[in-house]
Design a protein around this ligand. Structure first.
Ligand code: ADE
Length: 223
């Protein structure tokens, strides 16, 4: 999978692609992350990319021509879908991430300031995605969430597929609580059943705990 990330902060994406599990996946060429600076497409002598909003309203908007030229340049080298990150988009979830993980390439367009002139969105964007019901300072944060989540569903990125089947949101359940050594910490013991070696009982315990935490924190998932 190749992620093209079109943003005003390519340096954040450059750092993100160099560390941790994502860094390792880039290193071993399982994924590729191409950070593109939208500002490089400004024709303005001050490299401006934003302007005031027609009809009033606070803040600035990214200009249609700059965004259009940037996306068009990347699209001239690939026919990957263009995803725009915005709080007005469709809500991102693990099922959506699994579908995107099947693609070879995507173009991730990050809004900054108050967003992007609607005409550029109408002309170049295929899908608008929101990562949750809150407003971020910039789409680059949503793009990193997208890359992170999608990459976990690409074979070999995690190395250990076991960790995908039990995790939160599989079967509409949150993940059960987990423990590591020592067996006792600050007077708190690891639940006896987990030390028992009794496979069936352990599975029953994990399911019971998963249902319990889902009912408590996300009853909407059980409904
Ligand atoms: N940009 C600003 N807020 C966002 C959100 N919630 N999801 C995706 N992109 C955004």
């Amino acid at each position: 999978m190749k992620y093209n990330v079109l943003t005003l902060y390519p340096e954040i994406i450059e750092f993100y692609k160099s560390v941790g599990i994502i860094g390792r996946a880039v290193e071993s060429e399982i994924i590729d992350i191409n950070a593109v600076n939208i500002r490089d497409y400004s024709k303005d002598k001050h490299r401006r990319v934003d302007d005031e909003i027609y009809g009033g309203g606070a803040g600035m908007l990214m200009k249609a021509d700059v965004v259009y030229d940037c996306v068009s340049d990347i699209k001239s080298k690939s026919n990957a879908p263009v995803i725009y990150f915005s709080p007005t988009g469709k809500r991102f979830d693990s099922e959506m991430a699994k579908e995107y993980a099947k693609l070879d390439e995507v173009i991730l367009l990050c809004g900054h300031y108050e967003g992007i002139d609607q005409r550029a969105i109408d002309l170049v964007v295929d899908e608008e995605i929101s990562i949750g019901d809150y407003v971020l300072t910039g789409g680059h944060i949503a793009a990193m969430v997208f890359i992170d989540t999608v990459s976990r569903y690409i074979g070999d990125v995690l190395g250990n597929n076991e960790s995908l089947s039990d995790e939160s949101f599989e079967n509409n359940l949150l993940e059960y609580p987990q423990y590591t050594r020592p067996e006792e910490f600050m007077g708190l013991k690891v639940p006896e059943v987990l030390l028992s070696g009794h496979h069936k009982k352990i599975e029953e315990y994990k399911l019971e705990k998963a249902i319990e935490i889902t009912k408590k924190n996300r009853p909407d998932l059980i409904e």
